[in-house]
Design a protein around this ligand. Structure first.
Ligand SMILES: [Zn+2]
Length: 193
């Protein structure tokens, strides 16, 4: 951030009075420009044992596979956002079955919510942000070509739950270990009945 969105004067890093950390503060009008984590919402769509995956047509991670997910918009609920992202990226109409996972990712300032969902019709096809959309059998999930660690974590847990025949709600913190791993810490689960 360089300039104040309220008055266009330059901003500077300062600790505002009564706070404990640096913020962007306008050097002219004093407006404090807070920056907070962003929420990403998405769907794990199950269709007769297969999972809907999209191949990304945009950076970051162009050409890698993901489940439909994106930034929550102002004015919508997380379920609405997950359904909207699925339509935008995969051209598919879905309904949410159950909450599935909430992952915090402090190192990139994001929090993810995934829902389990099912298709309402057969239509699907790549939107402008996808190159391909496919229903993928568990054994064909491209583990080495998934776009983001959080997607891998979600799909691994989903595969595990599918194997157990019992879906759980998952919560945890995805971290970066610096040597290529993204461990899930403080993993909490609750079996859904
Ligand atoms: Zn200002």
């Amino acid at each position: 951030m360089k300039f104040c969105s309220a008055c266009a004067a330059p901003v500077a890093r300062q600790i505002p009075k009564g706070e404990d950390r640096e913020r962007w503060v306008c050097t002219a009008c004093g407006t404090i420009h807070y920056e907070n984590p962003r929420m990403v919402v998405g769907c794990i769509i199950e269709e007769q044992g297969r999972i809907l995956l999209c191949k990304r047509a945009i950076e970051p991670r162009y050409g890698y596979w993901t489940v439909p997910a994106g930034f929550l918009e102002l004015g919508e609920s997380t379920v609405q956002g997950a359904i909207r992202e699925t339509y935008e990226e995969a051209g598919a109409q879905v309904e949410v079955i159950a909450p599935y996972a909430h992952f915090d990712i402090p190192y990139i300032g994001q929090a993810y919510i995934f829902y389990r969902a099912r298709l309402l019709g057969p239509e699907m096809g790549p939107g402008t942000e996808s190159l391909e959309v496919e229903l993928v059998a568990p054994e064909d999930i491209p583990w080495n070509d998934l776009a983001f660690p959080v997607v891998r974590t979600a799909l691994e847990l989903h595969a595990e739950d599918t194997e157990r025949g019992e879906f759980r709600m998952h919560h945890g913190i995805i971290t970066r270990d610096g040597v290529g791993g993204y461990p899930l810490l403080e993993h909490l689960t609750q079996t859904l009945k």
